[in-house]
Write a new protein. Structure first.
Length: 561
């Protein structure tokens, strides 16, 4: 079969790096873009696009993060954090570039071509750039791709991968004419083949489970490759900085230095106002939006991406073990009001999201709240709880077998959206006789709270990728490290397998909605709304801001002359 170049379809919906508040270019996407549901016209990108000739050489970009975490491995469950992804993109290989439409092409510094040589089973030929090297000077080659696949293909459970999706569909990784000529053969037709091939890690850094899981607690330039390298990582001051990589073979980076320092989410807007940082992610924070909008030499850049707020219900905790109770709680939640409250004062439309896979502005969206009846309905919620034997006590809180109907909501300290959602949930569920205890959790314990399932209700944002159908298993599959809700549905697992190999776009959407309906009924993840991407920046900062569907080109980010 004659090989052909493939351009992926639009970047779409949620999954699957996580964020407490508030992972990426083609000029001409081909007809293959139809394999994903199309997204309605939105503000695709707002980054102050400028040619390199218009930008100054030099300067420091100062950014903020809420937490630097404890693990830098992007494929390991504890490192699966969107803020860390923003840092890692400066010094890890990205095999594909994404444009404002979400279409991608090979990222030439790393991959010169990516050809489909067979559709079934899907077989891909990659030509790696022989100039591409790791920090120790060794070449990026077939051994690195093979080792990365073997670490996350799911065969060795001791590798704690955030997701095995795609890796588990690869049958072999082999070399051809040389170690830069790589053939990846899948075990089936796999339309989302680029997902597991988007990032590779140095073979040495994933050589065994201990190294994969525990070897990334500190950054090692020998394991990195990108336009920048690590300059300093200060765990006491909670900062990390990068400088131009002297081994970089592409366009020279414009900035002399990029520094990230840890700032509490609720303190970040004032840090921007006071000139301590040059940009920050506003997220669903009305106060941050208002403060940033008033900065004379600043700008607020806006785009719509596939990122969405939700509440995760731990199906193995307390009264939430009962699916019927979980359904009743959803009926007691006015999620539209929660979204409106989160985004009050922010110039962005708020639409309640009633599907955990396809967003409301995408082709194929089905309103599952309306279809299933599991949606805001206070009287029905009360009736359902009565039918389950939960009877209102003298204080209005329901009781059964001498126990109060109580759930705990873990709210993150210093994260306005999380605190607000906890309070809104507490007030709303009180109306149906449910007591909500708010448990304040330090923001730096967010990842461990999730991975240890030490919560009953918790709210955060899922950050989308270009491969929505490839990552359904990550959030919802039985045994997935990212299935924080701990809902296991064998019938859903079977459908997810069908989706992974289905090549007809309409059939994929239909299968996805079947899965979405099962998930909606099981009440593990309860969507709230599609979150806007709002980035405050200094006005002269160029090629940076609200990327939407696109990926940053860090060597081209700088300040206008």
């Amino acid at each position: 079969m004659k090989s052909r170049k493939i351009f992926a379809g639009p970047l779409l919906l949620g999954a699957f790096a996580l964020a407490a508040c508030g992972s990426g270019s083609s000029n001409d996407p081909a007809t293959d873009s139809s394999d994903q549901p199309s997204i309605a016209p939105v503000t695709a990108q707002d980054i102050n696009v400028q040619d390199r000739a218009n930008l100054a050489q030099g300067g420091e970009l100062r950014l903020a993060v809420s937490d630097l975490g404890t693990n830098w491995n992007p494929l390991q469950i504890d490192g699966n954090n969107n803020e860390l992804t923003g840092i890692r993109n400066t010094f890890l290989p990205n095999f594909f570039n994404f444009d404002a439409k979400g279409a991608y092409t090979p990222n030439a510094p790393f991959v010169t071509s990516a050809d489909v040589v067979s559709d079934d089973p899907t077989t891909i030929n990659l030509k790696l750039n022989p100039k591409a090297v790791w920090g120790d000077g060794s070449a990026i080659d077939v051994d690195d791709i093979k080792a990365t696949w073997e670490a996350c293909n799911g065969k060795d459970k001791s590798f704690r991968c955030a997701s095995t999706d795609g890796f588990d569909k690869i049958a072999s990784v082999t070399s051809g004419a040389d170690k830069f000529d790589v053939t990846v053969t899948f075990s089936q037709a796999y339309p989302d083949w680029a997902s597991p091939l988007s990032l590779t890690l140095k073979a040495e850094s994933v050589k065994d489970a201990k190294t994969f899981n525990d070897g990334w607690t500190e950054l090692d330039n020998d394991w990195l490759a990108g336009p920048y390298k690590v300059d300093a990582e200060d765990k006491t001051q909670k900062t990390v900085s990068v400088v131009p990589n002297d081994k970089w073979w592409g366009d020279k980076p414009l900035l002399d230095k990029i520094t990230w320092r840890t700032v509490a989410t609720d303190a970040t807007p004032n840090a921007f106002v006071n000139g301590e940082i040059d940009a920050f992610d506003i997220g669903p924070d009305p106060n941050g939006f208002q403060l940033a909008s008033g900065v004379a030499d600043g700008a607020v850049r806006k785009a719509a991406g596939p990122n969405w707020r939700h509440i995760t219900f731990n199906s193995k905790a307390g009264v939430l073990k009962d699916e019927k109770v979980r359904q009743a709680l959803v009926k007691g939640l006015d999620r539209a009001a929660i979204g409106a409250s989160d985004l009050a004062g922010i110039d962005w439309p708020v639409t309640q999201l009633n599907n955990g896979i396809i967003l409301s502005n995408q082709q194929g969206y089905v309103d599952l709240g309306q279809k299933t009846g599991i949606d805001y309905n206070v009287e029905q919620a009360k009736s359902d709880l009565e039918g389950l034997g939960w009877v209102a006590g003298s204080d209005g809180i329901r009781e059964k077998d001498g126990k109060k109907l109580t759930v705990k909501f873990s709210a993150l300290d210093g994260v306005p959206a999380s605190q607000n959602e906890a309070l809104q949930t507490q007030n709303q569920l009180k109306e149906i006789g449910v007591k909500v205890d708010i448990v304040n959790v330090p923001a730096d314990e967010f990842n461990t709270t999730l991975s240890s399932h030490s919560f009953e209700l918790i709210a955060f944002t899922w950050i989308g990728t270009p491969f929505p159908f490839a990552n359904i298993n990550q959030l919802y599959g039985t045994g997935s490290e990212s299935n924080y809700q701990q809902v296991s549905l064998p019938e859903t697992d079977k459908l997810i397998t069908e989706i992974s190999k289905e090549t007809d776009p309409a059939a994929r959407i239909d299968l996805a909605n079947q899965v979405a309906e099962q998930l909606w009924t099981s009440v593990g993840i309860v969507p709230l709304y599609q979150r806007p991407e709002l980035i405050a920046t200094k006005a002269k900062l160029a090629n940076y801001g609200a990327f939407g569907l696109s990926s940053p080109q860090w060597e081209n980010i700088g300040f206008q002359k």
